[in-house]
Design a protein around this ligand. Structure first.
Ligand SMILES: [Zn+2]
Ligand SMILES: [Zn+2]
Length: 390
């Protein structure tokens, strides 16, 4: 019998990480802590500073075979924790409100399992990725030389999901999570005395038209699936009652189920801004931030995950539509076949990114079992797929 993952010690690790949260790109304590734990598990290789604070360990099987990556995130959020339990965040204004502390504990459980029960074939790679919350980490990891030298054949990740029953496995063939990105529009005219607006060039009318047109854009019949544009911030001039403004900023978040629909939405949004800027004689500058692609699941691997859930007596929910939120795991699935699946965190559990959220420790055991089971089954399946191809 393979050894149990040792859930209590994983819970202790999770709580320790919860108490010491760090923001995206600043995961110094977290990555060192993870590195020390991994080192004790004696992997065949242990690498750090991948795409920033990223850490990865590889556990090789007795015979060569595919390299399967399990990804966890390292970062927390700039949210003040409202919980009062003992393991509450000790860092003011920062806390693990997305459950990445739990995802890390699960990934360590998987590493521990395969350090004891070495795979017969292939390799397990556990990757602890920095900067998921701002969408930068996965892209940086992908372009790190480490990934070139240790490119996985398959990639796996999970996200805990409040709103679904505890330990419910949530799956979707194809797109699982949406594409999204931030748009920053800067308009420049000319300031003047508020008594003489005719001597200046105020962007106020342009801002008004741009907001209106951007907000109506999603209703255009050109889009075949869900798109959404949300205005998130607007600023015109300064608070000075004697001045006609000469500058403005408009920010919006764009979302779409499909990557090509996102391209179309972006193009149309740019058209609206540029046309209005021209019309009002303003200079404009458009930049983009926090860009996420849609996360697309591989149909064959999705079936493997489903079988593993059933084998572990975990119920499965198949999503009718993708989630409207985004995940930078899409940077991996764009190039490498993989699956991101959900694990229910309880129907009445506080939502992700809410100040009272805390990762439910009941998910750790199921999370470890899902990954180890999927690894083992995917290994067997992939040899069959290879035979079919050759
Ligand atoms: Zn999050
Ligand atoms: Zn998250």
């Amino acid at each position: 019998m393979p050894e149990k993952p040792g859930v209590e010690s994983l819970v202790a690790i999770r709580k320790k990480l919860h108490a010491r949260p760090e923001l995206s790109g600043k995961e110094h304590f977290t990555s060192r802590y993870i590195e020390n734990i991994l080192e004790e598990l004696q992997p065949d290789s242990l690498s750090k500073n991948i795409g920033g604070q990223g850490v990865a360990a590889i556990f090789k099987g007795r015979e060569p075979g595919p390299r399967i990556m399990v990804r966890s995130e390292l970062d927390a959020l700039p949210i003040k924790e409202s919980n009062n339990f003992e393991h509450r965040s000790k860092v003011d204004g920062v806390s693990h409100k997305c459950g990445h502390d739990g995802h890390m504990a699960i990934a360590i459980g998987v590493a521990r399992y395969f350090s004891i029960n070495r795979p017969s074939k292939g390799e397990l790679m556990v990757l602890f990725q920095p900067s998921e919350e701002n969408g930068e980490g996965a892209g940086k990891v992908m372009s790190d030389p480490f990934m070139n030298e240790n490119r996985p054949d398959f990639v796996l990740a999970l996200h805990n999901l409040p709103g679904y029953p505890l330990n419910r496995v949530v799956l979707r063939n194809g797109v699982f999570a949406s594409a999204s990105k931030g748009m920053i529009v800067r308009l420049k005219g000319k300031t003047s005395h508020a008594a003489e607006p005719e001597n200046g060039l105020s962007p106020a009318m342009a801002v008004s038209d741009i907001i209106r047109e951007l907000m109506l854009l999603q209703n255009e019949p050109i889009f075949r699936s869900f798109v959404l544009l949300t205005i998130i911030h607007v600023r015109i001039g300064e608070i000075a009652f004697g001045t006609t403004p000469g500058e403005a900023v408009v920010m919006a978040t764009l979302r779409a189920f499909e990557n090509n629909e996102m391209e179309l939405l972006s193009e149309k949004a740019v058209d609206i801004v540029e046309r209005n800027a021209r019309l009002y004689g303003l200079r404009c500058d458009i930049s983009w931030t926090e860009e996420f692609y849609a996360t697309e699941n591989d149909v064959r691997i999705n079936k493997v995950v489903e079988d593993v859930a059933e084998k572990n007596d975990l119920k499965v929910t198949h999503l009718q539509k993708p989630f409207k939120w985004s995940e930078d795991f899409s940077c991996f699935t764009r190039e490498i076949p993989g699956v991101l699946f959900g694990l229910g965190a309880g129907e009445n559990h506080p939502e992700l990114h809410n100040p009272d959220y805390d990762f439910p420790d009941e998910l750790i055991e199921a999370g470890v079992k899902m990954f180890t089971g999927t690894f083992e089954k995917l290994l067997i399946k992939s040899f069959k797929w290879q035979k079919l191809l050759s």
